[in-house]
Design a protein around this ligand. Structure first.
Ligand SMILES: Nc1ncnc2c1ncn2[C@@H]1O[C@H](COP(=O)(O)OP(=O)(O)OP(=O)(O)O)[C@@H](O)[C@H]1O
Length: 261
């Protein structure tokens, strides 16, 4: 952070609260990101991650506090939300002047879909549709990109391919990113900083240290994962398995197990 000046900081949320009926989902939340930084938001289900993202995207208004986002915010949701009656290129350029078509073709090439510009959304795989959504956001050259569980619906291999793609694209464009995810490993692999939402505020933050080539060393992944699991109050499966092995099986539990099979 020291190499950047204070002017490079974006104070996105200041004292933001959001209620639904009597439920206080966000409670005086502050969120500041550095320009060019990738921030992941983690939190238990119902902790308010999507609520916060919707506020940042301007799709909802806070009950108290202030949301301040730069002009030009790109949003990518879990579902690609393409218009089925428009082809891929028209989905990318929707709302833009015809002069944007060349930039849209560049964006499609960047996400590896140069040959699909005339394809119909219904003929695309889930990963391809998500890449179209990414191109649609990229072509608008947003200063801030918001991602709400963008890879959650993809199979594991496609998700890994998408991780590699977005890391390359974010680095090339020096994009500022706020990414909501349930996946602790995804958060550590993609983000410079992982924030844990709890009690309506950012309760914890974990900084990820990368190797010179931008990758996350295995020990760093394991350490940050353990740190985040403990902030989330979740025991890691490995630890649970070890615990289970350490407990001798009683005749009663043996019977119960046999009865279940
Ligand atoms: N429009 C709404 N009306 C009423 N309650 C809402 C509304 N939107 C969100 N909530 C409630 O606010 C809480 C936070 O929801 P939100 O979707 O932000 O959580 P989340 O952290 O994104 O959860 P998940 O990880 O399960 O997607 C939930 O209890 C939800 O029911």
């Amino acid at each position: 952070m020291s190499r950047r000046s204070v002017a490079d900081m974006l104070q996105l949320a200041t004292g933001v609260s959001r209620f639904f009926g009597a439920q206080r989902v966000l409670d005086g939340l502050d969120l500041t990101v550095e320009e060019g930084e990738v921030v992941a938001l983690l939190g238990r289900s119902g902790s308010g991650k999507s609520t916060l993202l919707r506020l940042l995207a301007g799709l909802d208004k806070p009950d108290a506090g202030q949301v301040t986002v730069p002009d030009g915010v790109g949003v990518v949701f879990q579902e690609a939300r393409l218009f089925p009656w428009l082809d891929v290129l028209d989905n990318v350029t929707i709302g833009l002047p015809r002069t944007a078509r060349a930039a849209a073709l560049d964006a499609l090439a960047e996400v590896g879909l140069a040959d699909k510009s005339r394809a119909w959304p219904l003929t695309l795989s889930g990963g391809e549709a998500q890449r179209v959504a990414l191109a649609r956001a990229l072509v608008r050259e947003p200063r801030l990109m918001l991602f709400d569980e963008p890879f959650g619906a993809l199979d594991a291999l496609t998700r890994i391919a998408m991780h590699q793609l977005v890391v390359r694209i974010w680095a090339r464009h020096a994009t500022t990113v706020v990414l909501v995810t349930h996946d602790v490993d995804e958060a550590v692999l993609l983000a410079d900083r992982v924030l844990v939402l709890d009690g309506g505020r950012i309760a914890h933050q974990v900084t990820v240290t990368r190797a010179a080539d931008g990758s996350v060393p295995a020990t760093e992944l394991l350490d940050r994962r353990a740190e985040l699991f403990s902030h989330l109050g979740v025991e890691q499966l490995g630890a649970l398995r070890r615990q289970a092995r350490a407990e001798p099986e009683t005749p009663l539990s043996q019977q119960e197990r046999l009865a279940q099979t």
